[in-house]
Design a binder for this molecule. Structure first.
Ligand code: AMP
Ligand code: ZN
Length: 479
């Protein structure tokens, strides 16, 4: 077993990971399937994939659970607002169930595109309503709840440790902005179960001992993680936004209901941001994996882009930044093609020695920028044999999953009878200008206008390209 260092949000510290068993339960908050996942969401699933792969590389087996939130929890982090699933259904003129199926499938295809390993379980919230009802009942029996006209709430004043995880300054929070509290006693109290409005039938609602209604958002992850992974859970992950509300509420309800610690290690990833602020689903302006494909960007270039920053640091997205990662990925694959032999080395000790720096970087709280630095240096190191390089890349790929052995086919680009070589990165207008100079030169030569033909040749030279005429009459332009 290799030693793993992980930053545990609960401790605000990077500490050796010491699970009770070699089979590690890992629960990741999954997508709310009322719209496509944006690439900010996907950054979180990429870092969680690295965490899982790293634990496997260290010698653990990972039981990985990602929930599908197909119940429409409310649009705000509070307990008011519209139902996201119903909003999605109204937007597209479909049923909430069709919306959930469509966006779940789209999410699964994003997961494949990014080489993210399949979870062992993808439980749907709508299949676990009974488990949620049971947990709410347990909390009621133990006196942690109160009932208002619109639902059953968790009474955070009964759980003084509530503030610990997110280090909440309760006095400041209570005195802060006024929010719509309804009948809530404290800003931190949250809904466990909401009653359906009496005069309206909701698209998603269930019978419960307290009447027809639907579960609060936070209870979903707690009920499903306990069902599939037991207690204490070894690792719980998500984006950094979940620390102050969602995960804080999860800890409160599970520890209040069971009297035992909920989870040992909490791992949170920082946000992918846009130049103009955070990328969010509800704003509607977001970029998806499919947007990248439409731009002819390999989704794995986005995976590589995620490795350009540590997962606990913000990463700024722009199309140009991801395009630069696409060029790096292509160059990396070409380098692998050139530097690695067809088959690996039998000298496993030599391979492990070369990999030491890589392992140290990844096992140290997933330092992917350092791991990528190692890869480039190792591939360019002439003292390492092509066989050892091959084996080292194969092992690194169990973590990186960038399809590094994929052969990059040079795109043959022909415009108006001119064939371009090494034209990657050139703009269409640049290429069209070259085509027009070459055609003018051809026309001048055909008309025996040698002065103009020479002028055009000088222009070609000044563009820093070489032009040769092939036997079939096409001009070959090399950069
Ligand atoms: P959601 O589908 O909105 O519930 O989010 C799914 C996952 O993506 C959660 O773990 C969120 O914390 C995470 N997330 C949401 N927005 C971003 C973002 N801009 N960058 C990184 N992760 C995000
Ligand atoms: Zn969750």
């Amino acid at each position: 077993m290799k030693e793993v260092l992980l930053y545990n949000t609960a401790l605000r510290d990077k500490v050796p990971f010491k699970p009770a068993k070699t089979e590690v339960g890992m629960y990741c908050c999954g997508p709310t399937v009322y719209n496509y996942a944006h690439i900010g969401n996907m950054r979180t699933y990429v870092f969680e994939d690295i965490l899982k792969r790293m634990l496997c590389m260290a010698g653990y087996t990972v039981k990985h659970v990602v929930n599908i939130t197909d119940v429409g929890h409310l649009t705000s982090d509070g307990d008011t607002g519209d139902d996201k699933m119903e909003k999605g259904a109204a937007r597209e003129g479909k049923s909430v169930w069709d919306i959930a199926n469509h966006y779940t499938e789209a999410f699964m295809s994003n997961i494949k595109d990014l080489n993210i390993l399949d979870a062992d379980f993808w439980p749907k919230a709508t299949d676990h309503i009974q488990e949620m009802i049971d947990m709410v009942q347990d909390l009621m029996n133990k006196g942690f709840t109160y009932t208002t006209a619109d639902g059953i709430y968790f009474d955070t004043s009964k759980f003084p440790q509530y503030v610990d995880f997110a280090r909440i300054d309760l006095e400041n929070l209570q005195g802060g902005n006024r929010v719509d509290m309804g009948e809530k006693k404290s800003k931190t109290d949250f809904a466990l179960w909401k009653f359906s409005p009496k005069d309206e039938q909701r698209a998603m609602e269930w019978e419960s001992p307290w009447g027809i209604g639907f579960p609060g958002w936070h209870i979903e992850c707690s009920a499903m993680s306990l069902k599939y992974l037991g207690q204490p859970l070894e690792i719980h992950c998500g984006g950094i936004d979940h620390v102050p509300i969602h995960h804080t509420n999860e800890i409160a309800q599970v520890e209040a209901a069971t009297g035992q610690k909920y989870c040992n290690t909490w791992v949170h990833g920082e946000f992918l941001v846009m130049d103009n602020g955070k990328m969010s689903k509800s704003s509607g302006s977001f970029i998806t994996v499919d947007t990248l494909k439409e731009l002819k960007i390999d989704p794995l270039a986005f995976r590589l882009f995620c490795f350009s920053s540590h997962y606990r640091k913000q990463l700024t997205f722009s199309v140009e930044n991801v395009e630069a990662s696409a060029v790096s990925l292509s160059n990396l694959r070409k380098l692998v093609q050139k530097e690695c032999s067809e088959s690996g080395s039998t000298d496993s000790a030599a391979v492990e020695t070369i990999l030491e720096e890589f392992y140290t970087s990844v096992l140290n709280d997933m330092n992917m920028p350092l791991a990528m630095g190692w890869l480039w240096t190792m591939l360019r190191d002439h003292s390492i044999s092509a066989e050892v390089k091959r084996s080292a890349v194969e092992k690194a790929e169990t973590i990186l999953a960038l399809d590094l052995f994929r052969v990059e086919i040079e795109q043959e680009l022909i415009i108006d009878g001119v064939k371009f070589v090494n034209a990657e990165g050139k703009s269409e207008s640049e290429l069209k200008e070259i085509v027009s100079v070459i055609s003018e030169r051809k026309a001048a030569r055909a008309a025996k206008d040698w002065a103009k033909a020479d002028l055009m040749r000088d222009k070609i030279n000044s563009l820093g390209i070489s032009v040769a005429d092939s036997a079939d009459g096409t001009s070959v332009c090399t950069f």
